[in-house]
Write a protein that binds this ligand. Structure first.
Ligand code: GLY
Length: 581
């Protein structure tokens, strides 16, 4: 389906209202990122263990667990629960995500899929209007958009299977419960996003109340945010395990809140939710092993496809950030994102040719279609329609003293999800089902086009772009990375890997460097500020269309060196921190 000009305008207006389109989000919180000079970006050192996250209190919770002898998984789970309290726009227990783990002692890599699922009552046409056309309002702004949350099941599974065994779930949850019950001081960053999102949450007065003063105005920087209901839900999980969330009183409150708001999911949908342990997708890049997230994320497949194409170019001969270097990256991205649109979806429903897509011979064939002097128009890459943009997710990286590593990305989809807090729970709910394709050829809020493989269906998981990734050399982690940013996640992770491996950049410089992104459709290169004019002029001369802004990403990463850990909290995020010891 092509969005007509009128629909595009209507959709853009709707995005403005909910604060997803760039101008509304941009004024305060999303002021265009100005990259520092790369030689001034400094990574943070730690000797033993480190958590790099988008929110400092949660990063410190994880680092404390490491200090007490916990492993990277213990710390990652503690950080994940803490961030559900301290970073409500993306940290969550009402959403879902993916965790990639490297277990040093067992020399094993695993992935935990705790993506939200569509309820059993979902249908393939659930996001169409009466005329059979995609209705973005339904998939983004109303309770129909809520997927069955996976975070509690996923974090608990990670702890049970891969934690050190030194901490119970209740012990790991205690810092999060304390932060919810006693409160914490709202930062400028949270205050700005709260005021942006307040109108959206105010559609459900009890949701807005969670983040308001008694007079109904949103909390501001310096106020204390106390989340008593959320503390109660976290306590139920501490006492009963995931059943405290998926069954019983909490589940009843969640289902009734969602039903009252027009959603369709049931107690049975909650009770039957399962996080899944998956084999990560693996590839190589110039002698390094890349371990990333398999479907239902497109992240790992698309990342490997891009890297495989790039491997055939001598990137180090092209200056970092030069038009030549950017050109081949853009062309590789275009081809890989086109395959994403066509083939990928929930592996329980779709038999995608992933082995072919990450095959080096396939990459060689793709590479052969790249003209080094001209951009390939999207229609010559493959066939489809138009897009848009939006965001919010959060990524953190953890490494412990034993060499275990965790790369975790989780999300509510939009900032503060759909904006609904089920009464009496304090749990903000996601609008993840917008990551489905409403109809073949339609695009989601990130402008990602999809086809049959990613149509909604009962019990199906929407295709994601989240790409938690661990890079190994000789079996040991050397880089742990990932990012929020919807479709822009995969391109951000690609550029960090290329900057570290090909351009030997310090991790802080790699994270700070301006990023660009091409996702096949729309046929344009989204860019951050910081690329020299002459580079942009050359890209234009080669047929590319560089367009600002890129939109949000925040690649909180760790590099492991022989002399310790180097952490890079992304400078795009106010309040991010590398907490280590
Ligand atoms: N909700 C964004 C993603 O999963 O890609």
């Amino acid at each position: 389906m092509a969005l007509t000009a009128t629909m595009s305008r209507r959709l853009f207006a709707a995005l403005l209202v909910i604060g997803i389109a760039t101008p509304a989000l941009g004024q305060v919180q999303r002021r265009a990122y100005e990259p520092p000079a790369t030689d001034t970006a400094r990574s943070i050192r730690a000797e033993h263990g480190m958590v790099v996250a988008q929110e400092k209190l949660a990063a410190r919770v994880g680092a404390d667990i490491l200090r007490q002898g916990g492993n990277a998984v213990d710390a990652a789970v503690a950080t994940g629960f803490a961030m559900a309290v301290t970073y409500p726009r993306a940290g969550n227990i009402g959403g879902g995500g993916f965790m990639v783990i490297h277990l040093a002692g067992r020399n094993e890599d695993v992935a935990i899929d705790y993506r939200e699922t569509a309820p059993q009552a979902a249908t393939r046409d659930m996001f169409l209007n009466a005329d059979g056309k995609p209705d973005p309002d339904k998939s983004r702004n109303y309770a129909l958009a809520i997927g069955v949350p996976g975070t509690v099941a996923g974090l608990a599974l990670a702890l049970e299977k891969y934690g050190s065994g030194k901490f119970t779930l209740a012990q790991i949850l205690k810092p999060a419960i304390d932060l919810a019950r006693d409160g914490f001081i709202v930062t400028d960053d949270t205050s700005d996003t709260l005021s942006d999102m307040y109108r959206r949450m105010s559609r459900w007065p009890n949701s807005a109340k969670t983040f308001s003063h008694a007079d109904g105005t949103p909390l501001r920087e310096g106020d204390r945010l106390i989340q008593g209901d959320l503390a109660g839900v976290l306590t139920a999980i501490a006492e009963q395990g995931p059943r405290g969330f998926y069954e019983g009183a909490v589940a009843e409150k969640l289902v009734s809140g969602i039903k009252n708001a027009g959603g369709i999911f049931t107690l049975e949908d909650l009770k039957s939710y399962q996080a899944v342990i998956r084999t990560p997708i693996r590839g190589t890049y110039r002698g390094y092993n890349i371990i990333s997230m398999p479907q239902p994320s497109s992240g790992g497949v698309v990342l490997l496809e891009i890297l495989n194409i790039l491997e055939g170019f001598q990137m180090s001969d092209m200056k970092q950030g030069s038009a030549a270097s950017l050109h081949v990256m853009i062309e590789a991205m275009k081809r890989a994102y086109a395959d994403r649109a066509r083939y990928l979806g929930d592996p329980a429903f779709v038999d995608a040719p992933t082995q072919l897509l990450v095959d080096k011979d396939y990459a060689a064939r793709q590479r052969a279609t790249i003209d080094l002097a001209r951009a390939t128009p999207w229609a010559d890459v493959r066939n489809a329609k138009q897009p848009h943009e939006g965001d919010n997710t959060t990524h953190y990286s953890v490494v412990d003293a034993a060499g275990n590593a965790v790369s975790n990305t989780y999300t509510l989809n939009f900032p503060y999800g759909v904006g609904l807090v089920a009464d009496g729970t304090g749990v903000l709910l996601n609008n993840e089902l917008d990551d489905f394709t409403a109809a073949p050829g339609a695009s989601n809020a990130f402008g990602l086009v999809g086809f049959e493989a990613n149509l909604p269906g009962p019990g199906k998981r929407p295709l994601s772009s989240m790409s938690p990734t661990i890079v190994l050399k000789d079996g040991k982690p050397v880089l742990v990375t990932g990012s929020p940013g919807g479709s822009r996640i995969i391109s951000a992770v690609t550029q960090i890997i290329v900057d570290v491996i090909d351009y030997k950049m310090d991790i802080a410089a790699a994270v700070a460097a301006p990023r660009m992104h091409h996702q096949w459709l729309p046929d344009e290169v989204r860019i951050e500020k910081g690329f020299p004019d002459e580079v942009l002029t050359e890209l234009r001369a080669n047929g590319h269309k560089p367009v600002e802004p890129l939109g949000y990403s925040s690649a909180n990463s760790i590099v492991v060196t022989t002399s310790g850990l180097l952490g890079a909290p992304d400078p795009r995020t106010r309040g991010s921190e590398a907490a280590g010891y």
